[in-house]
Design a protein around this ligand. Structure first.
Ligand code: SF4
Length: 272
């Protein structure tokens, strides 16, 4: 595959892409009644900041630590608790972003409070973090939703700004840890279908091999979409995937049936 672009961090980004160890959280926004980010009905808390800079990020406005409210974990819990009557047996809170592991101290405190209050917790993360952060949050997480943007580290770097080795290492580490923990914590894998990039034969073969090595409860296929492109335009940041279209239903079906044949429980998000 010829790469027409390669994401490199600007000097300003390099300076700013350092995890924040504050006790107060920097939260971009909160969405209620989310049905796509974990089981049941959920409150989705979008953390500001992310260690990656994916060229297709649909939450580009959440990455630069410019657009957030500061809040304590207790106050955030109070906001979430208003919605507990709607959670039923399956719902709860999902921390997303950006990437919650970019604020590890606040993340741990907030998840701990949720668990103390009987609220189901889901973390949507790139896992571009340290084993220590994983160790710190595992006791308070009911479900991890992790992803890998590409199996070739060089292409992964072009797509996200970072190589993939640390993420693969952390997914393996988390997988092992959750199997040992055996208290019902779950692990889902999300895979973006980006036509011409992540749906190549070699990448799909690597995906299948990787999935066979892991124990994911569920695989979610996320077809690429352009719903967030307007945010790049508003921020006046060039969108390098201009012209790349969402995958056809046929190609998504093909990938899905290929994974099912391999024995994986595979779902496809309806948001595209
Ligand atoms: S990991 Fe997610 S939030 Fe972070 S840049 Fe990539 S797509 Fe955006």
């Amino acid at each position: 595959m010829s790469q027409k672009f390669c994401k490199t961090f600007t000097a300003l980004e390099k300076k700013k892409i350092v995890p924040v160890e504050n006790s107060l959280g920097m939260i971009h926004s909160i969405e209620t009644f989310g049905a796509l980010d974990g089981p049941g009905l959920r409150v989705v808390v979008f953390f500001e900041g992310c260690p990656l800079r994916c060229v297709y990020c649909h939450n580009r406005d959440m990455l630069d630590m410019k657009n957030y409210m500061t809040i304590s974990s207790a106050d955030l819990l109070k906001m979430v608790k208003k919605y507990t009557p709607y959670f039923g047996d399956r719902g709860g809170v999902t921390v997303s972003g950006g990437d919650p592991v970019f604020q590890p101290k606040f993340l741990r405190e907030f998840l701990k409070l949720c668990k103390e209050n009987g609220i189901h917790t889901t973390i949507d993360t790139s896992l571009f973090t340290s084993e220590k952060v994983i160790d710190d949050i595992v006791p308070f997480a009911d479900l991890f939703m992790v992803s890998l943007k590409h199996f070739d580290s060089g292409i992964h770097k072009c797509l996200t700004g970072v190589p993939n080795e640390l993420i693969i290492k952390n997914i393996r580490y988390l997988n092992k840890k959750l199997l040992e923990k055996s208290n019902g914590s779950r692990l889902w894998f999300r895979y973006l279908i980006l036509p011409g990039y992540t749906d190549t034969r070699s990448n799909l073969c690597a995906l299948i091999q990787f999935l066979h090595e892991m124990h994911f409860e569920k695989i979610e296929l996320l077809p690429y979409h352009t719903f967030g492109v307007y945010k790049w335009k508003e921020l006046e940041i060039p969108y390098v995937l201009e012209g790349v279209k969402s995958p056809s239903e046929r190609s998504v079906r093909k990938i899905r049936s290929m994974l099912k044949k391999e024995g994986f429980s595979c779902h496809c998000e309806e948001r595209v």
